[in-house]
Ligand binder design. Sequence first.
Ligand SMILES: [Fe+2]
Length: 333
Amino acid sequence: MAAHTERWLEHWSDEEITEIESAVAHFEARDVDLLDMRASHYVAPQALQRVMRIRNDVLHGRGFALLRGLPVERWTIRQAAIAYWGMGLHMGEPCSQNGKGHVLGHVKNLGLDYGDAGTRGYQTNARLPFHTDGSDIVGLLCWRSGKAGGLSSLTSSTAVFNRLALRRPDLARVLMQPFCLTRWGEVPEGRKPWSEAPVFMSHGGRMIARYVRSAIHKGQDLAGVPKLTAQQIEALDMLDEITKEPDMVLDMEFLPGDIQFVCNYNVFHSRTAFEDWPETERKRHLLRLWLACDDGPDLPDVLIQNCEGQTAGGRPNGIAVPGVPFAAPLEAA
Ligand SMILES: [Fe+2]
């Protein structure tokens, strides 16, 4: 993949950019809240044809793509959010990404300490180890790229599993048994403060993965969660080691305007630590979408039962806490 960027890195055509800008202008003129936008409000036939082809590749083919060249430097952040949100509405159903109901997420260093129980990685400038997000597809739009670092890295979770199974089949089996993951204090009524699922689940002809080691680690502090065994820790360590092997990893740079889409169930993502510019308006800033797709991969029951809730199409719907209305803020909070 590193030697064949043409397989996964696409550039918008001038005609597509014109369509997108016109769709954005049209929506802005209506003066409607982003949350009230419907897919039919966003008309950009050629651009959406590309988006939908990529969506299919992400869900059922290669598992990821990078779209380059949205001219965000001449847009406001609201215009960028509209352009991106509109694509998301055509691809799937945007899901809440935290207990505050944020369906448009902000990946930005808020100066928080990743060591604190409630801090999520996206609020820091720390290196993030390989993991999955919620929902079927995670999208990132780069609004500002920061001063240095912050490379995005991907690896095929299926390839990681295969290597692990060849090297240590005993540990591969351990990772196919349940682990407890904290819900980060964002607990729907009637649920435990943690969820339980294996890291790897063989289902529907695919190896479905769900892995957030920080959530497993922080789950250990919750009363009622059994302590990890030495063998479980060895298995998690070996998984992490394999994701560090250079032939497993694809690094990519984010330029302003880049959009990355990744299928959570077959691709792990991470990023390197980064350094920010001192000026607030130049700080690294990505807009995130979690999209549930009705025709996403077949999922094992344990993933459906353990999720906070489901979309009308029966897909896990992210971190939807009952009673918390959706919000699509234009700034990190
Ligand atoms: Fe993530």
